[in-house]
Design a protein. Structure first.
Length: 139
């Protein structure tokens, strides 16, 4: 069995952003040489998420507005976590809702998606360099 690991790095200038990383994951898959197996894509920060959904701007805006209603950034005093000097208590909650990682089947050397599925990196406490782990195993 083959195993391949790659880190994807992002400079996220905004506090919140949603980045379609499907092409970068497909590129990693091509480098791996794996034709049949599994691909794990994992946010390596506790204030970020990786998820699968449609790449449609309205939906992404809906996600952002919905998450901001669930866990608004301000007032930052509402979060006990922020008493440590941080201002990202909301980002931890948003990550919990959206999840840490996804696993996609690999079939015939391609990510085996359903219609419209794409992989996204969601950042909830940006303005600095962040990374995603891509781990591919198979034959």
């Amino acid at each position: 069995m083959k195993s391949y690991r790659q880190e994807l790095w992002f400079d996220v200038p905004n506090r919140r952003d949603y980045i379609n990383i499907t092409p970068k994951v497909e590129e990693a898959l091509g480098k791996s040489g794996v034709r049949e197996g599994l691909c794990l894509v994992n946010a390596m920060h506790i204030t970020a998420s990786v998820y699968i959904n449609d790449d449609e701007r309205g939906l992404i805006q809906d996600y952002d507005e919905w998450l901001e209603q669930l866990a608004p950034h301000e007032p930052i005093s509402r979060y006990r976590h922020n008493r440590t000097g941080e201002d990202n208590g909301d980002a931890h909650l948003k990550r919990q809702v959206m999840g840490r990682q996804v696993v996609v089947a690999i079939t015939d050397g391609r990510l085996d998606f359903g219609p419209w599925e794409q992989i996204f990196y969601a950042e909830f406490d940006g303005r600095r360099r962040k990374r995603v782990l891509v781990k591919i195993i198979g034959e």
